[in-house]
Design a protein around this ligand. Structure first.
Ligand SMILES: CC(C)(COP(=O)(O)OP(=O)(O)OC[C@H]1O[C@@H](n2cnc3c(N)ncnc32)[C@H](O)[C@@H]1OP(=O)(O)O)[C@@H](O)C(=O)NCCC(=O)NCCS
Length: 170
């Protein structure tokens, strides 16, 4: 498995991976308005230009997942804090790729000066179980739960707030 920085040419694969979860799960807030490949290209460019790490996992050159950091609330006072996003092709889950991607993302986050990373996990007891386990296993702590904030596919869901400190004392 090759974990490498995302390139704009990966946008079409990223679009297709994310769209699957937008259409078929409650894990994303997007429904039928998930970003187009062109919008992903712009997003990858903007994140890279702002210094946020964007990564893909590739097997035999086929991108099977991605992970990235993005601004948290996009407010200047929170510039040292980022939110992470990580999605794998459904055929690639459960084989340790998420762990490899997230560990590398946290290393890159440290290297670019991010001190706190937030993960928002929807439906952590059901569809979001793998995400919850992944993040807790990577040292994220449960810091809160937004109750009944999601409404998708006929279900009302909670969103759990998980936080990983990258400060030296943690
Ligand atoms: C969440 C996701 C990125 C995890 O990646 P993965 O490669 O499937 O997970 P891994 O095989 O690396 O396993 C990571 C940990 O989660 C656990 N895990 C994996 N799938 C699990 C499941 N379905 N239920 C419970 N635990 C699970 C593993 O046992 C492992 O635990 P450990 O760290 O204690 O060993 C991937 O499953 C995925 O893309 N899911 C759908 C999209 C999603 O939920 N994205 C996150 C949105 S916040």
């Amino acid at each position: 498995m090759d974990i490498r920085p995302a390139h704009v040419r990966d946008a079409a694969r990223i679009e297709s991976i994310y769209r699957h979860y937008a259409l078929h799960s409650v894990l994303t807030a997007d429904v039928d308005d998930s970003p187009t490949a062109r919008e992903w290209e712009l997003r990858l460019e903007q994140l890279a230009a702002s210094g946020y790490p964007t990564l893909v996992a590739a097997a035999d050159r086929d991108v099977v997942g991605y992970a990235l950091l993005m601004p948290w609330l996009a407010k200047p006072a929170f510039a040292h804090t980022a939110e992470n996003s990580i999605y794998l092709d459904p055929n690639a889950v459960g084989a340790g790729i998420g762990r490899q991607l997230l560990d590398r993302l946290l290393d890159d986050a440290r290297a670019c000066g991010i001190r706190e990373v937030i993960a928002l996990v929807a439906d952590g007891e059901h569809e979001g179980r793998a995400s919850r386990a992944l993040h807790l296993g990577a040292g994220y702590r449960h810091v809160g739960r937004l109750q009944r904030v999601g409404s998708k596919r006929g279900r009302i869901t909670d969103v759990e707030l998980l936080q990983r400190s990258l400060q030296p004392s943690d």
